[in-house]
Design a protein around this ligand. Structure first.
Ligand code: NDP
Length: 313
């Protein structure tokens, strides 16, 4: 079962939907597959207060519903389904959906996003949206003058701890090793911030609370065999242990960095395969914001339009 389309968009976060709005409006008859998490990462956050145009803020799910409706208005064919295989060896490019249907596309916009890593505790799911978050810039504002914990020892964890220290009354940084992996400048900023307490050689084993997170059960490693278990009182629990870009099926054809982020040409969304573009978090280890993802989706759409007209497709 094969179908030919001029523009295939994979993923339904801000990048995918913005690409859909632009390509739909340009009459490219785009087809968009929603992917694993329809609406993307914003649907697992609560309130979005920093997306321009919403002075009162907007719910993450509501924002994504609006973007979807805007794409539908321009005739975008939005389908549920997951891209499971890609063959970008020659145009038209072949993308397999749900292991069965093959789409042949003249242009492909990869906007499959990145997935925040979690520790794998049951309590992380139990308190999702009730004190557990993987994005300090998204949710930190709700913890003004409260106590929060950040897990991780890399640059992201340090950055998030510093950001949260500007809002919260106290920040625990829970680090599993006896040292931070972050760059020296970030380490210095963390160690010199009086609101941040670093808990080295600590692991979180559970969360507790009646109506949302009220604390964490932590374990401190003491030497080779010994450990101490105790509880810390917190209102928010932030994961910053890395993201996994959803780029696996494309890696054979396009360049990615060591983590898996797609490498594009400079500030453009062009990959090394002509007509294949990457937008949003799958190609952005740095900013990871809804608005920057939306902007790159717009760029990818304009590139796709130009490519099609240059190739008379
Ligand atoms: P990193 O992979 O650099 O760090 C992840 C951290 O999470 C590590 O400290 C790691 O511990 C810890 N971790 C991983 N799994 C677990 C677990 N199961 N339990 C507890 N801790 C865990 O990811 P980042 O997101 O911090 O950074 C990704 C890349 O982006 C890096 O190259 C970074 O330098 C870059 N970056 C740069 C920034 C900047 O320049 N301003 C800002 C943000 C990111 P361990 O050390 O023990 O492995």
């Amino acid at each position: 079962m094969t179908e030919r389309v001029r523009c295939l968009i994979i993923g339904s976060g801000p990048a995918g939907y913005t690409a859909a709005i632009y390509t739909g409006r340009a009459n490219l008859n785009p087809v968009l597959y929603e992917g694993i998490q329809p609406g993307g990462q914003l649907t697992i956050t609560t309130e979005v207060e920093n997306f321009p145009g919403y002075p009162e803020g907007i719910g993450g799910t509501e924002l994504m519903d609006d973007l979807r409706k805007q794409a539908e208005r321009f005739g975008v064919d939005i389908r549920s389904g997951i891209a499971t295989k890609a063959d970008l060896s020659q145009a038209p490019y072949k993308i397999t959906i749900d292991d069965e249907k093959v789409i042949e596309a003249d242009t492909v916009i990869i906007s499959t996003g990145a997935t925040a890593k979690y520790l794998g505790l049951e309590d992380e799911q139990k308190y999702a949206g009730m004190g557990v978050s993987a994005c300090a810039t998204c949710d930190g504002f709700f913890y003004r003058k409260k106590v929060v914990a950040v897990v991780g020892g890399g640059d992201t964890a340090c950055e998030e701890a510093i950001y949260l220290a500007g809002l919260a009354s106290k920040v625990y940084l829970i680090v599993r090793k006896p040292y931070l992996r972050a760059s020296q400048i970030m380490q210095d900023r963390v160690m010199n911030n009086p609101k941040i307490e670093v808990l080295f050689e600590h692991n979180t084993v559970g969360l507790f609370g009646e109506n949302g997170v009220e604390g964490a059960h932590v374990v401190k490693r003491m030497g080779e065999a010994d450990e101490e278990r105790y509880d810390i009182a917190i209102d928010g629990f932030f994961l910053a242990i890395g993201h996994k870009p959803n780029s696996d099926i494309f890696k054979e054809w396009i360049d990615t960095d060591e983590v898996g982020y797609i490498i594009t040409e400079g500030a453009t969304p062009r990959t090394k395969v002509p007509g294949v573009f990457a937008a949003g978090d799958v190609a952005d280890p740095h900013y990871r914001q809804a608005i920057t993802a939306a902007a790159s989706g717009c760029k990818a759409a304009i590139e796709a339009e130009r490519y099609l007209s240059e190739h008379n497709l």
